[in-house]
Design a binder for this molecule. Structure first.
Ligand code: NDP
Ligand code: 13P
Length: 345
């Protein structure tokens, strides 16, 4: 994972020492940036300092010497040019608020988190805009299983921001032989896609556990795309964003891979575990569970037709048998395939 050309070096701070925060921090370090990885767990920081490994979240990845762990939030952000936030959505606001008083005036902040804030229905960029209104902000989203990035597998992602400068800087900062970063100004669409696809990964995992055929898999992924874009467009996203890496790209990977925690939640439920047992077995963040509740309620409020969301909600929270839901899905009103074509009657 080497960088071919010389580019400016920055002080980059990543808040959150989980699997994705660590993977992105290590790419930045490999690209010659000075990286601080902030975490709250002392044992984990010691592991990185002495063994150059985050053995809890990304065992086997040797971390570059440009990456230093820190337990001190204030010191971590004080001189950072770019702050990436990689904690679960439920902790995003509190961690950010704690960091704000110590940020450099021109620090840029980028969310790596794929979730929606409980109760407020705010996306992470909206929290950023609210809490740090005078800073440039952005998000990263795309088909990015942390373990595969750590294994140097070729991957691509999207940086979205209203600031063309931020987009260009992050593209330059993170791109290397195994990681390619594309830009998109539709921050809301990119972020909404990353958050909602977690729901459909649960659906796909569940279907896989029940022995889904390849035709079924293709139908689930494609109808998921129709459903998630319908919802996001109603809230202001650009439908074209869903054709890109943050939309269809991320949907494909999380609906197909056992490395996806959300897919595994569905798979375990399909095998007969309760939701609680499935979450415990995974032991890491699976944002789709909370996102499902929130999107189900919001769709109801907005009158958006989301049969897959409704069906999964009924299975998980209302104990509906999967067979009854599958039958309902197959007997709904017959509909058009693609919704954004203008010449349909
Ligand atoms: N993993 C992946 O492949 C990808 C993940 N993402 C997104 O990135 C976000 C983070 O996920 P990921 O890194 O995978 O999660 P993990 O479950 O691997 O790690 C979560 C990290 O957040 C920390 N954390 C949790 N709550 C707090 C808190 N209140 N204060 C400080 N730190 C906290 C945890 O610390 P501790 O260990 O001490 O609990 C841990 O370091 C999620 O929104 C996810 O959807 C996006 C793309 C890919
Ligand atoms: O977002 C991801 C890959 O792009 C990671 O998915 P999970 O959170 O389901 O593991």
């Amino acid at each position: 994972m080497t960088k071919s050309n010389q580019s400016p070096t920055y002080h980059v701070t990543v808040l959150g020492g989980g699997s994705f925060g660590t993977a992105i921090a290590n790419i930045s370090a490999l690209n010659n940036h000075q990286v601080t990885l902030w975490m709250r767990n002392e044992k984990q920081a010691d592991d990185i300092t002495h063994n150059r490994e985050n053995s809890r979240y990304l065992p086997g990845l040797t971390l570059h010497d440009n990456l230093s762990p820190s337990l001190n939030l204030q010191e971590s952000v004080r001189s950072a040019d770019f702050v990436f936030v990689a904690v679960p959505s439920k902790a995003f606001r509190s961690v950010l608020e704690e960091a704000v008083p110590f940020l450099k005036a021109d620090a840029k902040l980028i969310s790596l988190t794929k979730g929606i804030e409980p109760h407020s229905f705010k996306l992470m960029s909206q929290i950023l805009q609210e809490v740090v209104p005078n800073h440039d902000v952005g998000v990263i989203s795309g088909p990015n299983l942390a373990k595969e990035i750590a294994d140097d597998q070729i991957s691509a992602t999207v940086v979205a921001s209203e600031s063309p400068e931020l987009r260009a800087q992050v593209q330059e900062m993170l791109s290397c032989q195994s990681f390619r970063v594309y830009g998109n100004p539709d921050i809301y669409g990119v972020e909404m896609a990353g958050a909602i696809k977690n729901i459909y990964a649960i659906v796909a995992g569940l279907a896989a556990a029940l022995g889904m055929a390849d035709n079924t898999k293709a139908a689930i992924i494609t109808r998921s795309l129709a459903e998630m874009s319908r919802f996001a467009v109603k809230l202001g996203a650009n439908p074209m964003t869903f054709l890109g890496l943050a939309g269809v790209g991320d949907l494909i990977v999380t609906c197909s891979s056992k490395l996806s925690r959300n897919y595994r939640v569905g798979y375990y439920i399909g095998e007969g575990l309760t939701l609680k047992q499935a979450i415990k077995k995974i032991g890491e963040t699976a944002e789709g569970i909370n996102t499902l509740r929130m999107v189900n309620d919001k769709a109801e409020e907005l009158g958006v037709y989301m049969p897959l969301v409704k069906g999964l909600y009924a299975v998980i929270y209302e104990d509906m048998p999967i067979s009854a839901i599958a039958s309902k899905l197959m007997s709904g009103d017959l509909a058009q395939d693609v919704e954004y074509m203008t010449d349909q009657p």
